[in-house]
Design a protein around this ligand. Structure first.
Ligand code: NAD
Ligand code: MG
Length: 383
């Protein structure tokens, strides 16, 4: 029996994780659950899973949850509580599925405690990829990607990196693949969140629509698989059936395929190195629409270009980019800026922020905060 600490339990990845756990009550137990503010949903989850701990990062929500719970589940609050529970001796596996930079600290603490980290929070690697990978190695933690592309690469690389030419991340292209750029200005948050293939939280859905998500994934792949930017390629594949591929010198290309459903990726991370049922139906290629592939349009999807540039530049550029993106997406989701403002704000934040190298986690966190302030200022000044 493996005890799971599920961070981000009320989100899209959280829900899919619980549905996989439901299929295997003999193998997995929910040890702890966390969320930010959705205490009503958390009451339901606590009643069903009876975890030892429930953490609401928002204090008022923790109080409401605590008042509503009658059993002896311990309700905690704050990011520090997350950092503590992931290191608890009874935590075996951590599903790191909090959205945004705020999810980094707990994922990193879990790595320091030598746990299995099932990493959905790609922002952790974008912010502190070097530190994260070193920590995983030093403390003998297990890092299993919970991102469909990276899970695909992880699986394909089982035949080794010898003779590897490149990896290729597939991208659906999002809801605006065929929308002319002249229409981008009037895109609404709901239109941006209506992803054709994947059902996801609102932040990552907007990232998919701008293709910043693919940019973050290129950086994620760079750290996870220790590859140079030149070894990471992106191809548009609107059907999301091929989840990514690796290309070898001898002409062999290995790909991982499946229906677009994160339960496959989650079940793999939970059962690795074995396989188990995820509840996802088997792929039937005879009834699948024909598979298409295109080159990405870097002029239309400027965010993808910005991410490649930030990776090539190194230092604090990726952290600054991620912070500005989080702020811009938040304003966009609140109807305060337009879709086209997102790349503009990121670009301006990057040119305002001094380019430096960062040598510690403290410097990373500080850079993240300063970049957020600059992005706020840019939005306030120019709207
Ligand atoms: P979501 O918005 O559906 O859920 C986010 C979760 O994080 C919620 O449980 C929420 O309570 C929690 N959260 C939000 N703000 C918080 C805060 N300040 N403090 C603590 N907890 C907070 O997001 P999601 O789609 O489940 O994505 C989660 C992560 O997984 C993201 O990093 C995303 O990039 C990654 N990811 C998601 C998918 C997907 O299919 N949804 C695929 C690959 C990677
Ligand atoms: Mg992905």
């Amino acid at each position: 029996m493996k005890n799971i600490t599920l961070l981000g339990a009320t989100g899209s990845i959280g829900k899919s994780t619980l549905s996989v756990v439901d299929l295997h009550p003999d193998k997995f137990n929910i040890f702890a659950l966390s969320a930010n503010t959705d205490w009503k949903q958390m009451i339901k989850l606590c009643n069903k899973y009876q975890p030892s701990y429930a953490i609401m990062v928002d204090e008022q929500s923790a109080e409401k949850l605590s008042n509503a719970i009658t059993t002896d589940i311990q309700v905690l609050s704050s990011v520090k509580a997350l950092d503590k529970i992931v290191t608890h001796q009874d935590t075996d596996y951590i599903m790191a599925a909090i959205v945004g930079a705020i999810g980094m600290s707990s994922a990193l603490c879990g790595a320091k405690a030598g746990k299995r980290i099932m990493l959905a929070n790609k922002e952790s690697l974008v912010l502190a990829g070097d530190i994260f990978m070193k920590t995983v190695k030093e403390f003998n933690a297990e890092l299993i990607p919970v991102d469909s592309e990276h899970s695909a690469i992880f699986q394909c690389l089982k035949s080794g990196k010898s003779g590897l030419n490149k990896i290729q991340l597939t991208a659906s292209g999002g809801p605006f693949l065929h929308t002319p750029i002249s229409k981008f200005k009037s895109i609404t948050p709901d239109e941006a969140c209506a992803h054709p293939n994947w059902s996801m939280g609102r932040k990552i859905s907007v990232d998919s629509a701008t293709m910043m998500n693919k940019g973050l994934e290129v950086i994620e792949a760079h750290y996870l698989f220790s590859l140079t930017p030149k070894q990471i390629d992106v191809v548009i594949h609107p059907q999301s059936i091929i989840h990514s591929s690796v290309f070898y010198k001898d002409g062999s290309t290995l790909s991982q395929l499946g229906n677009p459903d994160m339960r496959t990726v989650i079940a793999y991370a939970m059962s690795y190195p074995k396989r188990m049922n995820s509840g996802v139906s088997e792929l039937d290629l005879t009834s699948t629409a024909s598979l298409e592939f295109y080159q990405p349009d870097f002029e239309k999807f400027t965010c993808l270009k910005l991410a490649f540039e930030a990776l090539n530049k190194g230092g604090n550029a990726m952290i600054t980019m991620n912070a500005a993106n989080e702020i811009a997406v938040k304003y966009f989701l609140n109807h305060q800026i337009s879709f086209l403002d997102i790349p503009r704000i990121i670009d301006q934040t990057l040119s305002t922020m001094k380019h430096t190298t960062l040598n510690s986690l403290e410097e990373v966190i500080n850079n993240d905060l300063v970049a957020r302030e600059i992005a706020h200022e840019i939005i306030k000044q120019h709207g």
